[in-house]
Design a protein around this ligand. Sequence first.
Ligand code: 0GY
Length: 399
Amino acid sequence: MVDTVSVPQATDPFAKTPGWLDWNTNPSRPRFALPPGAVDAHCHVFGPGAQFPYAPERKYTPCDAPKEKLFALRDFLGLDKNVIVQATCHGSDNRALVDALRAAKNRARGVATVNRNVSDAELRDLHAAGVRGTRFNFVKRLADFTPREVLLEIAHRIAPLGWHVVVYFEAQDLPELYDFFTALPTTVVVDHMGRPDVSKPVDGSQFELFVKMMREHDNIWSKVSCPERLSISGPPARGGEQNAYRDVIPFAKRLVDTFPDRVLWGTDWPHPNLKDHMPDDGSLVDFIPHIATTPELQRKLLVDNPMRLYWDMSDDEEAFEDIPGTTLFNGTQSRQGYYLNMFCMSLMKDENRKAFKGDEAAYLETFPMSDAQRDAGAALARTEEAEPARGRQRRQWPP
Ligand code: 0GY
């Protein structure tokens, strides 16, 4: 007879919220060809909980959605970059976000959650990792109330870094939040169009208030994201569905048409807290041409606007008269070139050059490239890889 010893089952500290829907592991390949350099400007990473524990104060426990899966989706859909937004399940512990940003090597930027106790050094570290904004959440099921004066204090702390504030709220709360949002000292980016009730008319009083806020305050931007959360009529974007979420189109299209330079788009992967279906991310990409109907609007929505806001770059494509055979750079590339030149000049010192030649990795450990230099190197390398014709235009000579 064999003795049996009963071993207590380890309980999972991060058991998912009952009814939780996991992200789609089998998205369709989009039919819409994204422009080169397209940015998913709203997505999240969750955990993994064993490495980056979920916050004790969280209102839900998600499935893990680690950075590797996010980057795989980015590549599969034909996106170039991500803006990763700190999700409430991680509270103000930004470690999972920072880890993903560092791993993305300039192909991601972040929006963190910070509280009033954050130190200047912590803010600087977040900035160095790629954070460019902080998020204020007014959706009651997601976050506890924070007094307005505390949020305003935080906004003033982050403003000198050039960061913006992302706000998440529901349309019925806008009248009460309006004065607070319009008094913020930074660019303000609204998540998911302020969550309008899309059963109401697109020119009805609720959405008009949102449009008025954007019209009268040119520091306010909107993400035209999350049709899967807003749609009432559907049909849901399952398995390559091409006509998904028709009732959301007039709202998103109105914002793209009216404010083409202040709109952003994102997948919202891994789609927290959805209740009845998990969208096919490929179909979400196919939603884009319904709301941004020309190549110019698509380029602004997906490339120019997020690059300006998150990668500190203009899209100045002006070509200059030049010496025969030299490479023409636009404004962005000139700035990148400048940073790289500065790095190269540091190597004019003999001892630096010897050290660099001897052991490049060790040299970069001792004299790390600044953020701007690293960004510039990575961006130029990618431009070359992705679109050689646009990145470097050889001038014809004679003309
Ligand atoms: C979204 C939407 C939601 C959740 C969060 O941070 C979050 O937990 O943003 C939601 O439940 O509506 O943008 O991901």
